[in-house]
Design a protein. Sequence first.
Length: 315
Amino acid sequence: MNRNLFDYLIITFKGLAMGAADVVPGVSGGTIAFISGIYEELITSINNINVGLFKTLRKEGIKAAWTQLNGNFLVALLLGIAISILSLAKLIKSLLNSEPILLWSFFFGLVVASILFIGKEIKQWDWKTILGFALAAALAYYITTLPRGTESVDANWFLFIAGALAICAMILPGISGAFILVLLGAYEPVLTAINNRDLKLIAIFGAGAIIGLLLFSKLLKWLFSNYKNITFAILTGFILGSLNKIWPWKVIDGTRIDSHGAEVNVYGKSILPTTFEDIGQGESKLLFAIGLMIVGFLTIFIMEKLATTKEPKHI
């Protein structure tokens, strides 16, 4: 595909949007790639990283291997993602501490819109898709009710695994990588590491992400090629069941000390906004929260309308 500098600049802007999506536990970076028309090229480019690529490098040289890899596309996209993640991490970290209800309300709206957007891709509902949807929703909800461990959440091995799982979610349309980190209890440690430029933890997390990406992209391409309907049904169900995790109003069970010695709140079960105030948890900020839910919801559909490059969405 012949592209000029402006084309690659557009791809970088799409990378910025993907990076922003993956910093916040809302819409998936994969969803952004999906609605902006670069999803199929992204999956294909990742799958180009294989033994054949190294054979081309050895026999034909760097230029031929770079072309086979679709290197210009990947560099432009990854540049945008990296810029976005590094620039937003500090802001999100600050808002999580100062305005958790309002921030989670915006995320909640994003996720609800993502459910509808991904659900539209299910072309046929039969007993298999319905069963997959229901089981995924039930499993996801159950996971959100499990108590989060705090003892090993900052361990190197845990961050490596979290990186592998998060990057898998990043390239899935519908499931946010940051959202998976929230479910694992690793979101705050990873955000803190990025914010503080902790190169060791970033490298460990990044290594897990690279391994996970190379392994999972092949499975993902196979699933979409052979079981597209049921794959989308499972994704949609999982996101729906996971909404409990990002419900803005939760009981504050206490505090804990994070890996950098700062005291942070520990949140428990979800409650109604009125109950939140009645039991003395603080101001519910209901009107502002609903407004931000609507903004988050509309953001997904606005991005879909503004997507300028449309390519076939089939894998």
